[in-house]
Unconditional design. Structure first.
Length: 77
């Protein structure tokens, strides 16, 4: 995605890193307690659902935006 960086003021092509949500650890512990052995099947799915795509400037490496990998579109047009 081409975007103007608000930190270094250059128009750059961003790169995307997939990061886990900060609440995944807490969610994983809760799922392990509630579901026990079945959590071995559920946790990989929850991990994929809670990932966030983070767009970074390719020049200064600052975060320009982030978006959930799973979810509803912002506009329904």
């Amino acid at each position: 995605m081409k975007k103007r960086c608000k930190y270094c003021s250059f128009e750059v092509v961003t790169y995307v890193e997939h990061e886990t949500n900060s609440l995944f650890g807490l969610t994983a512990i809760l799922i392990a307690v509630v579901f026990g052995f079945l959590s071995c099947i559920i946790l990989p799915v929850v991990y994929l659902i809670t990932q966030v795509a983070v767009h970074r400037c390719s020049r200064c490496l600052q975060t320009l935006g982030q978006r959930s990998c799973i979810g509803l579109p912002e506009d329904l047009s």
